[in-house]
Design a protein around this ligand. Sequence first.
Ligand code: KG4
Ligand code: ZN
Length: 342
Amino acid sequence: MTVESDFLTLGIETSCDETSVAILRGEHHVLINSVYSQVDLHAKYGGVVPEVASRNHVLKLPFLVQEAMRTLGLQLKELSLIAATYGPGLVGPLLVGLTHGKGLAFGLGVPFIGVNHLEGHVFAHRIAHPEAEPPLMALVVSGGHTSLVDVPAYGNYQLVGMTVDDAAGEALDKIGKMMGIGYPAGAEIDRLATLGDPKTVHFPRPMIGSPGFDFSFSGLKTSVVYHLRKNPREKQQDIAASVLASVVDILTKKSIEAARRFHRKRLIVTGGVAANSHLRKALALAGADRGIEVLFPSLSLCTDNAAMIAAVGAFRHLRLGQSHPLSLRPDPSLSLGQAIEA
Ligand code: KG4
Ligand code: ZN
């Protein structure tokens, strides 16, 4: 059941290299979700340059807000709540969105709420499947994060496991760089892998059998470096397929196991790497095998976007009565839920 259907939330997301603005009606009806990706600006550096990201958020954000209002024929004074990401992420980029959001809230005299980006990824699921409520297990897997989070109810999180080194997307991006693929490499590795043979090289599956639910991807990266040095002529498609076979195996085994251990019948998968077609297939199969429903948001909700941020803001404000003072600071290392022993 949703409440306050004329309630309009403006969401702002600037934690990394996507500038995004969304307007949400009620708790999960997305009116607009516009994303300006700076990916081309960073591609030539092989990764996100924080200063370049901050500067471009400053340039794009006010324009995106104006555009969203104009497209919907809305006036700023009709907004009910401003929600902006305040962590985790890069401090400069976070500061741009947060300051803009706070300024708007102050000027309009409406409440402001800071949003945890990771909770945003969980709420991408709520937008896509509002009927599929918790309890559930969430795998948040992106360029910045690889975390398993138990969600007994929205707003209530327990961190079950996380990467001890690189995030899965980060490892794919670094491996892609070594293979001579542009940045970010995840989508291209996905495409290449479809054309290759995953049995060509058996890359390691670090921590796949470890007792807890933590992940590690940096060893995989190292073994790809050595393999490429020794086999410079190996086909890109076969390397991509073999690398993904390792990443998909690890993510699938750990998340299905976590759902079982915590007695969850539903697993949701969000974040940029959740766009991966091989991961989607493997998880759907493994889930069907074990009686676990596996759900993915649409591709545009998997990657960073402001609709998911607005959805957290609206939920927390309407259901939990929360808002933040305008003194709220960015928190680059904000986490989601207390770590628990698995
Ligand atoms: O969620 P996101 O947009 O930003 C972060 O919060 O990190 O995720 C971006 C990450 C990048 O590492 C990118 O390579 C990866 O998601 N990615 C993919 C695919 N599409 C994007 N990885 C694997 N397969 C894909 N199809
Ligand atoms: Zn993200």
